[in-house]
Structure formats: C-alpha cells, structure tokens
Design a binder for this molecule. Structure first.
Ligand SMILES: Cc1ncc(COP(=O)(O)O)c(C=O)c1O
Length: 295
C-alpha cells in the first residue's frame, strides 16, 4: 500500500500485539470501528519524552470503554508499557500518541456480537514541532462557529467524528483553526476537538459544565484545578457566541495545546486580537501542574 501522508518511512505502529512498520499496519475490512464507528480513542501528548495528564487520559479511556460495554484489551500496566515502547521505537521527544480500541472484526450486523470479545487495539505516534506549538500559544488562533450537529453522547470519546471533521474543515477553509459548535439554544458546547473558555469583563473564567453535551476534556480538568488552586474566579456555566465576542479573553484547551488563545471569532477580533494575560497565566499554571515528570 502506498501511504499518502504523514507516515515517514521508519515509523512504527502497534496493532493487536505487534509493532509494525506504519506502512504495513492494517485492520480487517469488517472491523466494527470501520463499519459502525463502534470504537473509542484517546490522544496523549508527549512532551520532552513524558506523557502529560496520563492518568486522566487512561481514566477517561476506561470510562469510554465501559460506556460502550467494551473491556480493556490489555491491563492498564501493559498498555502503559506499550505506549512507552511505541514512543521509544519512533524516537519521539515531543509529539502525540493516538490510541484506538474497536469492538473488533465480525460479520457485518448492527447487533453487537454475542460471545467472546475480540477488540482491536491500535496505537500510532507522531512527532510534533514544539516551535509551532509555542507559536500557537504565544500568538493565538482564529476560530469560527458552526451548529453542533453531533450525536447526543458527546461525553463518550468515540471515533464518530464526521460532524467535527466537517466543522473543522470549514474552519480551515475560512482561514481559522477551530470551530466552536453551538447548540440549538445558541450556547457554545465546545470546539470540534477542544473545550472552549472565555473570561468575562469582571475577569471570571467561564467554561461549560460537564454533561452529555461535551467531552470531559482532560486538559480542561487540569486547567480548572490549576485555576482554582491559584485562587482565580471560575464559573462552570454555558455561554453564548455573543458573550464570547464581548469577552475579555477566550481560549481553547486540549491535549495538543493547553490554553491556546482565541484572537478572533467569525472574523471579529476578541480581547483586542491579542492573547490575554489570564490565558498566558493559565498556560504557565498548566505547565506546572500537568505532570511533565510522570514518565
Ligand atoms: C470534542 C472534544 N472536546 C474536547 C477535547 C479536548 O480534550 P482533551 O483535553 O482531553 O484532549 C477533545 C479532544 O480530542 C475533543 O475531541
């Protein structure tokens, strides 16, 4: 198979017990992850060789599996070893590790299969450019808004990502990096692959409370805890696009970038079009709290 992009020769993936050259790594065409999106995933950030917020991501992984009636294909301890071995084989210092677990390959049928489970476990890892990440954190990003057209269980990290794919692709077409998704009542749920935050005129940090409407972001939880520990005023409540446009600061959180400043929404500048002081403070607090030495 000729691989089109982003898999330089020499890269390894892990599939069901084997480390394989990325180019030869494959799953069966009847895999329920492919056929039905019957599958969950996690993304871990690796920074200077260490996994950030690792326990939080593994806890959420177990929660996603439980929500779909899937079990861990290997123990948590074994999984941590596999993650480290893949990072080592790919010589990754800074990057992202992607992990997916599907229900496995069965004759195609909507009904969940009876009998023994045979999940598919896939891991890939790729290096990221720390300079690009630093520049995003320092300069901020533009975003757009789109109707939230996803299913009703967004708290489960499943691979059913087509609405997010469409929204993020629309954002790119409009020269932006992310789309904030808006519910039928006009409130922002979250970004296509990030949680959303604003800072109001009084300096209060605002982010939507956890519910089935959003993914419980691991970075969101770490930033929230860090903000509370630092004595910053935080309120978990819904906010509208109009509030976001009038906000003093806005930012995004995800494993791939903690507290990324938002400098424009739908072409209108936010917070004077520059990263705000509270967002920059949260970046520093996140760095101190996220467990860089958890490795
Ligand atoms: C819809 C959605 N919200 C939020 C996030 C951020 O979550 P985390 O901080 O755990 O990466 C993600 C990450 O993929 C996501 O897909």
């Amino acid at each position: 198979m000729k691989w089109p992009d982003r898999a330089p020769a020499g890269h390894f993936a892990y599939v069901n017990g084997r480390y394989l050259p990325h180019i030869h790594a494959a799953v069966h065409i009847e895999d329920r992850g492919l056929q039905f999106g019957d599958s969950i995933y996690e993304v871990f950030r690796v920074e200077t060789g260490h996994f950030l917020d690792e326990a939080g991501h593994l806890d959420r992984l177990e929660g996603s599996l439980a929500a779909l009636g899937l079990s861990m294909p290997v123990t948590r301890a074994a999984l941590r070893l596999i993650m480290r071995e893949l990072v080592r084989r790919n010589r990754i210092h800074d990057g992202l590790l992607y992990l997916q677990i599907t229900r496995g390959a069965f004759r195609r049928d909507h009904l969940m299969p009876d009998g023994p489970s045979k999940p598919t476990l896939i891991l890939t890892a790729r290096a990221s450019d720390p300079a690009a990440a630093t520049s995003r954190l320092a300069c901020g990003v533009k975003i757009i808004t789109r109707p939230d057209e996803r299913w009703a269980r967004r708290d489960i990290k499943t691979t059913q990502l087509l609405p997010a794919v469409l929204a993020k692709t629309a954002a790119k077409r409009e020269g932006a990096s992310e789309a904030w998704l808006v519910d039928s009542e006009g409130f922002v749920t979250e970004g296509g692959s990030t949680n959303g935050w604003i800072v109001d005129a009084a300096g209060t940090l605002i982010t939507r409370p956890l519910s089935r409407a959003i993914l419980p972001g691991v970075t969101r939880a770490t930033v929230l805890a860090a903000a509370k520990e630092a004595g910053l005023p935080v309120v978990e409540r819904k906010f509208t696009v109009a509030e976001a446009l009038a906000s003093r600061e806005a930012f995004l959180t995800s494993a791939s970038g903690a507290a990324v400043p938002v400098v424009a929404i739908n072409g209108e500048s936010v917070g004077g079009g520059r990263p705000g002081p509270l967002t920059l403070q949260l970046q520093a607090l996140y760095d101190a709290k996220s467990g860089r030495r958890s490795g």
